[in-house]
Ligand binder design. Structure first.
Ligand code: HEC
Length: 143
């Protein structure tokens, strides 16, 4: 009887350990939720000062990240904005911006993917996430 309990417990431990090592879902970066969580941390460090915690930006200085054509539009162009920066006159919500955003090419592919997934799913935006292989492709074709 005692033996049975021990064997049963061992079996339970083995099953538990197997469950823990189950491969992560979705692409390289795990789930969108995990990517959003990591992306928020990156946003707070590298983007918040200019684009604000709620993505609303600063009028005539730093454009908002709320439902703009860059944020919701073609992912390649959005990724390019992060990797190359931006310094051309643009118009967002009827407001003109002609300031400089520096290149953030120093961020790793996964970090760019995470911060853009966060941005595309926050501030009222509801778009698909970005994965690191998409960033990798844009980075490779940029050089
Ligand atoms: C030093 C301030 C600054 C920082 C830091 C910064 N940006 Fe920007 N960002 C700008 C400015 C200014 C523009 C517009 C540039 C222009 O007028 O050509 C811009 C443009 C953009 C755009 C395209 C326009 C729009 O509103 O949709 C996106 C997307 C964007 N930034 C995202 C980010 C993300 C994500 C980060 C962090 C990784 C970041 N920015 C960091 C200042 C900044």
């Amino acid at each position: 009887m005692k033996k049975g309990i021990i064997i049963f417990s061992l079996l339970f431990v083995v099953i538990y350990l197997l469950a823990q090592t189950k491969p992560k879902t979705a692409s390289q970066g795990g789930t969108d939720k995990a990517s959003v969580d990591r992306g928020k941390k990156i946003y707070d460090i590298y983007c918040l000062a200019c684009h604000q915690a709620d993505g609303s930006g600063v009028p005539r200085l730093n454009p908002p990240l709320i439902k703009t054509k860059w944020v919701l539009g073609d992912k390649k162009e959005l990724i390019t904005v992060i990797l190359k920066g931006m310094d051309e006159p643009i118009e967002v919500d009827g407001e003109d911006y002609n300031n400089v955003m520096a290149s953030h090419a120093f961020l790793k592919d996964q970090e760019v993917a995470d911060v853009l997934t966060y941005v595309r799913k926050s501030f009222g935006n509801k778009a698909s996430g970005v994965i690191s292989s998409e960033v990798k492709t844009v980075r490779a074709t940029m050089k």
